[in-house]
Unconditional design. Sequence first.
Length: 253
Amino acid sequence: MPHRKAGGTGETVRTVAAAVFVALLVRTVAFEPFNIPSGSMIPNLLVGDYLFVSKYSYGYSQFSMPLAPPLFSGRVLFSEPKRGDIAVFKYPRDVSVDYIKRVIGLPGDRIQMRGGRLYINGTMMMRERVEDYVYIDTDGHVMRSARYIESLPNGTHYPILEASDAARYDDTPEYVVPEGHYFMMGDNRDRSADSRADVGFVPSENLVGRAEMLFFSTNGTARFWEFWKWPVATRWGRLFRDLRASSSGDNVS
């Protein structure tokens, strides 16, 4: 009996160790879950959304691994982000912080905002006014914001919010994206700290991955232990939404 108990304990330890190893491997090379803590990507991503980010989409850097050990610099198996991708990256001023924004400018691009309109390489991007985005604020008030469909040169189009065309970052100098860097912007244009502000240009090494799919979403009215409230708090219509389709305009909401 003691021998079988020791063997059983050893088998359990090996099983747990193998499971942890597989989980870390998947998180490093395949997919990692993230949650959305702010409204900078409304209307496409909401506070309380949970999504999977593909780690392989842009290749790998030290930030692909847990705790980001400085084992090497740059990226391996690198694939360039596409304009319009929703990407997770490490904040250049503090790499312990994750940001999620849309890729707007590629290396060598000239990016500028004029009167709330986006210009890429001197050309104004098309913007079509659609129905207002309606939401309930933290005080329970029904709010409205102007919503547009913005189109990029590669055909990617997606909804943005632009409450005013005269907000702080609606008129900017022209930014020239350096080699090996990217210009990121939030879809909630007047409420996003992005490359127009202190985020600046994002080095390719800081890219973590591309947002792929929403797997859960909650409106925050239920704590994790209030299981009886989960059905009401869950945003069922957002589950399993393909964020790549959203980036190409197929999932406007």
